[in-house]
Design a protein around this ligand. Structure first.
Ligand code: OFO
Length: 183
């Protein structure tokens, strides 16, 4: 008896999105390492925490695929892009990565809607909401940086920006605590 509750198309789309979340995690990880090497310990900390968050998203999709009786396909992750040239470009690049990830999520949501797979459509709504929060978070940081002078931020501004991110709230929870019911 076949107990798989996901179509081939939706399984492929979910697996692709799972890899995209893993890629997002690698991007945050590599930018975090870059920030740390530039002396921005607070920003590095923020980016490392976010790398964990993206990994949790990857796990959330993996668990969902398994829960629906379909097959998980773990593939290689594309390498992160080159390091940013400065802090402003770091957050601009992050914003563009988030927008790209949002597009991936919309794609899965669209397919689930077309297939009338309401379980997956409902599952994807958590990600739709999460992307709004993430885009807003980065947008706000970009606004702060622009107000503080953008590329020409003074060392004082850079210092307080770095310090602010060090103490920003940390909502990352270990992957094993994150479930579909308790995201
Ligand atoms: Fe997975 O939330 Fe950002 O990209």
């Amino acid at each position: 008896m076949n107990t798989n509750r996901l179509s081939k198309t939706i399984t492929a789309a979910l697996n692709a999105q799972m890899t995209k979340e893993a890629h997002a995690s690698q991007i945050y990880l590599s930018y975090g390492a870059w920030a740390s090497s530039q002396g921005f310990g607070g920003i590095a900390n923020f980016l490392f925490r976010h790398a964990n968050e993206e990994r949790n998203h990857m796990m959330k999709i993996l668990e969902y695929i398994l829960k629906r009786g379909a097959e998980v396909e773990v593939t290689s992750i594309p390498a992160p892009p080159e390091n940013p040239v400065n802090l402003l470009s770091c957050f601009e690049k992050i914003f563009l990565h988030e927008v790209d990830n949002t597009k991936g999520i919309y794609k899965v949501a669209k397919i689930s809607h077309e297939e009338e797979d309401w379980a997956t459509w409902n599952f994807m709504q958590w990600f739709v909401k999460e992307q709004i929060e993430e885009e807003t978070l980065i947008m706000n940081l970009l606004d702060k940086m622009k107000i503080a002078g953008g590329e020409k931020m003074s060392s004082n501004e850079l210092y307080s920006f770095d310090r602010d991110l060090e103490s920003a709230s940390d909502e990352v929870r270990p992957a094993q605590d994150v479930t579909t019911m308790k995201p």
